[in-house]
Design a protein around this ligand. Structure first.
Ligand SMILES: [Zn+2]
Length: 289
């Protein structure tokens, strides 16, 4: 498939294939071999129609048996079975759950017994942390020193509430991670040219990014005013600035060059499909020592 990639991005994701399945990986996060991760594409699953073909949502009307099979195929990429998944319960909060063995399989092979969880962190090897997307921003984290991983869902609300910083702080508070050791990635999501927002959202970001620790950020680089009271918001840049301010080193940060809305045949995009779509996933697992 011919992909549109945005220029000027370093450490962007790489495409990998296994059989029919095509997925994205940030090589930067693989340093030290502490963890494995992937961001799925639409290719290689069994769902049909607007869910074609690798959809992970049970909530949007897809055949549950097809979703089960998509999870099975994805687990296999990690050398695991679906009882290794631990799923978020995404409602645009900045609640981050410290996941343990007791959570294994929740959201795929057994029901979740928690709600309003937009971020997951763990130090338990073999669990596959699982978060879902269709334009919102996936954030992925690996601390190869303390051996801790995380993934967080950061849409505009999560970004405005600094989900990246909250996740880094959770890793520090629960597991003693030093932010300067953490490798992080801003994953495939809607780009700054595609993401139109209204004045209220624009005002929220203007307020956030004009006070410390963001006073040094040039607002016009992440927010562009257009005619008719509309704005274009760059969530990639906003999330990157939040992660840097949280103590992530610039050389430890990768930012996607793939936009969902520019590539809706490849990655589910809510905006491009006007809501007729499934969800792709960002997954991460700590390896056994
Ligand atoms: Zn785009």
């Amino acid at each position: 498939m011919e992909l549109k990639r945005k220029a000027g991005h370093e450490a962007s994701p790489e495409i990998r294939r296994e059989g029919e399945i095509e997925y994205l990986v940030f090589p930067l996060l693989e340093a030290g071999g502490a963890a494995r991760h992937l961001v799925s594409t639409r290719l290689g699953g069994v769902s049909r129609g607007m869910f074609a073909s690798m959809n992970y949502s049970y909530m949007r009307g897809d055949d549950p048996a097809a979703v089960d099979e998509n999870y099975r195929r994805t687990a296999r990429l990690f050398g695991r079975t679906p009882d290794a998944f631990v799923c978020s319960d995404q409602t645009h909060t900045v609640n981050v759950r410290a996941v343990t063995e007791a959570d294994a399989g929740k959201g795929v092979v057994r029901p979740k017994d928690y709600t309003d969880v937009d971020g997951l962190v763990t130090d338990v090897p073999g669990l596959i942390l699982s978060t879902l997307y269709a334009d919102c921003v996936p954030l992925l984290f690996v601390d190869p020193v303390k051996r801790v991983i995380g993934c967080s869902h950061s849409g505009w609300r999560g970004t405005a509430a600094q989900m990246g910083r909250v996740t880094v702080e959770k890793m520090r508070d629960v597991y003693g991670c030093d932010p300067s050791d953490i490798l992080a990635a801003v994953g495939p999501s809607i780009c700054g040219d595609c993401y139109e927002v209204g004045k209220e959202v624009a005002d929220t970001f203007a307020a956030l990014f004009s006070r410390p620790p963001y006073s040094g950020v040039r607002l016009e680089e992440l927010l562009r005013e257009e005619r008719g009271g509309k704005f274009r918001l760059d969530l990639w840049r906003a999330n990157a600035e939040i992660l840097l301010a949280a103590g992530i080193r610039r050389e430890h940060l990768a930012v996607t060059d793939l936009c969902t809305c520019c590539n809706p045949e490849y990655l589910f995009s809510h905006r491009a499909s006007r809501g007729r779509r499934g969800n792709f996933g960002a997954f991460i697992m700590l390896n056994e020592v």
